[in-house]
Design a protein around this ligand. Structure first.
Ligand code: MRU
Length: 379
């Protein structure tokens, strides 16, 4: 008889919670995905360890910030943009030279951060904004210049949260009373630096007094839905149930889903939207069952330079994310036989025709088309 007990022996789980390290956080009083500490250290909540371990990591070098993005201590399109902006502050602190030496160091930092993850355009968007301020501030005295760059990064962080709240306000009317909202991955406070996009709509509907319930797809292979969406909704006492990704069709067929709301990592000019792998499948199932399918994203996710979904770079992540179950204590369980290759594209593209509406802080795009999206471009 096979030793099932041995193969699935309980793994000791650490349950630890670390108090919020920031005295005046921008992202939230209880927890923040990323903040700039007094003294210009970057602090990130290590999302790889959630939901059982709440641990903050302090980063003082640009390569550490880039690693935190690449290795997904901080993840979610807007949050990695915010983190990269704070990475540029760390770079500014490290370079005391003036003029060309400063610009050279900042340009090297920009390149390191920009290469950390390819799909979410918010990373490049945030770095472009920081580049403008870097150039403006280059001839200021060191301390003034550093503070100027830091205040720009903090302003960017605050603006992303304000965008989420506006998305929430614009999206909440699409949520009927007593709604069951299906979501994928994590497009919440952890993914944005505060409040959330898809979960911003959920939060706004809940705050408006509507009875809402969330079905969170677990989101293989990284389990952002099971680990992160469930964690942050449970913290806010918003009803949430986790399902496997493969259960979504069943629940839609049973008419147990009123709407789907997902985030995005890059929205092309024609409205095609890249998001966590599995989102496209959900959109197909939603269309088959006539369930409305919404994308919620800040304008920093819109890439007007990208004509359509085919032009969006899709990140392929390590095979190990799929072949092994990572445990919060750093161990892992192998679930694919030795020598068998796996495929791990981290994102897919939902064609605009399958999206009921895109909710941005600038307005709602409906129907989703190049022309409708262009109307918001000049705001
Ligand atoms: O690989 P991740 O966890 O960074 O992927 C995140 C997502 O796909 C989110 O849905 C997206 O970034 C939107 S976050 C508001």
């Amino acid at each position: 008889m096979s030793d099932i007990k041995h193969r699935f022996a309980p793994v000791p789980t650490l349950r630890t919670g670390q108090a919020h390290p920031h005295p005046e956080p921008i992202g939230g009083d209880t927890y923040s995905a990323v903040e700039l500490m007094p003294g210009f250290r970057v602090v990130v909540l290590d999302q790889r360890k959630l939901p059982t371990i709440e641990r903050y990591e302090f980063l003082t070098r640009v390569d550490e910030v880039a690693d935190a993005i690449r290795n997904m201590l901080v993840r979610g399109a807007p949050a990695i943009g915010v983190c990269a902006a704070y990475g540029m502050v760390v770079a500014a602190v490290a370079e005391k030279g003036d003029g060309p030496a400063f610009l050279e160091a900042m340009s090297a930092a920009d390149a390191t951060l920009r290469a950390a993850r390819p799909t979410a355009v918010n990373l490049a968007w945030a770095l472009d904004r920081m580049k403008r301020i870097t150039e403006e501030a280059r001839s200021l005295e060191y301390a003034v210049r550093t503070e100027r760059i830091a205040s720009e990064a903090r302003a960017l962080h605050k603006a992303e949260i304000a965008a989420c709240k506006a998305i929430g306000a614009l999206g909440a009317p699409f949520v009927p009373e007593n709604a069951t909202i299906l979501t994928h991955c994590n497009a919440g406070a952890l993914a944005t630096g505060g409040y959330g996009t898809a979960l911003g709509i959920v939060r706004a509907a809940h705050e408006a007094g509507k009875k809402v319930r969330v079905l969170a797809c677990e989101t293989r292979p990284y389990l952002q839905g099971a680990r992160l969406t469930a964690w942050e909704l449970a913290k806010d006492q918003i009803p949430v149930e986790v399902i496997t990704d493969s259960m979504a069709a069943h629940f839609m067929a049973k008419k147990a889903v009123d709407l789907v709301v997902a985030g995005a990592d890059r929205i092309a000019r024609n409205g095609d939207s890249a998001n966590k792998i599995g989102t496209y499948g959900l959109a197909c199932i939603a269309a088959a069952h006539e369930v409305p399918f919404y994308i919620a994203a800040p304008w920093s996710t819109v890439d007007l330079g990208c004509p359509n979904g085919d032009a969006i770079p899709i990140e392929e992540r390590s095979e190990r994310e799929l072949s092994h179950f990572a445990l919060p204590d750093g161990n892992s369980i192998q679930i694919v036989p030795d020598g068998v290759r796996v495929r791990n594209p981290s994102f897919d593209v939902t064609p605009h025709a399958l999206i009921t509406a895109i909710v941005t802080e600038r307005g709602v795009v409906q129907p989703v088309s190049e022309g409708e999206l262009a109307k918001l471009a000049t705001q």
